[in-house]
Ligand binder design. Sequence first.
Ligand SMILES: [Cu+2]
Length: 468
Amino acid sequence: MPLTRRTLLASASAALALRPGPMRAQDAMPELRAAPALAQLAPEGYGATPVWTYGGAVPGPEIRVHAGERVRRRFVNGLPQDSAVHWHGIRIANAMDGAAGVTQDPVPPGGTFDYDFVAPDPGTYWYHAHARSWEQVARGLAGPLIVEEVEPWLGQEGTATREVTLMLADWRLQENGTLHEESFGDLHDWSHGGRLGNTVTINGRSDAAISVRAGERLRLRIINAATARIMPLRLEGHAATLIALDGHPVAPRPAEEIVLAPAQRADVVIDCTGAPGSRAQVLLDAGRGEWVGIGSLAYGPEAALPLSGVPVRPLPMTMDHALDLENVQDEDLLMEGGAMGGLRTARLNGVDRDFRQLVAARRVWAFNGVAGDMDQPAFQVPLGRTVRLTLRNDTAWAHGIHLHGHHFEVLSRGGRTDPHRDRRDTVLVMPDEPVEIAFVADNPGRWLLHCHMLGHQASGMLSWFEVG
Ligand SMILES: [Cu+2]
């Protein structure tokens, strides 16, 4: 048979058919399907909750890669609404960012979109819907995205022997287990602290029991996937050591209490000092210092392992780029509006409106005097320039401000230098406490900048910046 392109292809495909070896990476495009499903959020005996899921469960499947590897997923939209998937905290190629209407067209019901990107930095990340996110995330569309260190950290001297992901979510459930749908988009919620739920779950259960063995040292990857609830957390009877925030390594430090705004993550190490057969509660401050159990560490009956006894080994520091604060572009982000905020006017559809008109249009917050208009960026910056952004909260509420595509350093809070200078992708800004952050604008494109209280985002706290 003469060797032609046609026969070459025919024999190649025949060979493939005959040798069902492992699929090559470039052939595989695993599906990530969003679709309605039932989830047993409340304890057995209560009704299951109709939710929206990735892969049929809440949280969605944990995606795990090593730093520098590609994440590839064919998103399939089995929802009754347009959607898109955002990969929160990943310094991602702009076209893969999943911001519906900004970096891609929304994916219609029945449609697909292929996400294919490199995850450059190790750490604890997550993915979630970025279309009507105030509803879609509250219905369950979120999952963990874990980027492992290139050189294994787990199992080394002073590290942990095992790790557990704890994805926390906040649901507004009715007696029969269904979501309270009538209050989706409630403007009273949006103009206050956002849609707060009445049931907090860990990994999709309101009575989660995390199995542990006495004596072992654990790395906990904690993710706040709530749409509005700020979560102060404690582990009853356990001393936690903080090792990373929003994926970024920090010099290990004691953390008796961890406060996670929506979208924030913390990695902590704990020594399981409880007795075999005992239980320790995961405690959440539900407001005004009222600590409630939202799950537990459940010790198995096995005899205790010897405690590690050595200091917690830090994660390898991985960030490569340095801030150039000598030659910096200064920008401001002024937050205004909301209940008790005294906002007089803000621009909407290019025209200044009074607060009554803003309420009628369901835009009750403003960034720099603009109530969610997207025609102009908040700022533009040349590629590679360092930006120092001062976040000023002139409202009566806390806001968790998130920048897409970049990681920033927290320089100061309330006018005082931040002792830790943590690197993050989401920062909690309290009323009347300006926060200075800085980042190298090293990722070209149009990037969203918004409050991660998702009802706030939907009602005015949304803008964008352009790099390059
Ligand atoms: Cu907010």
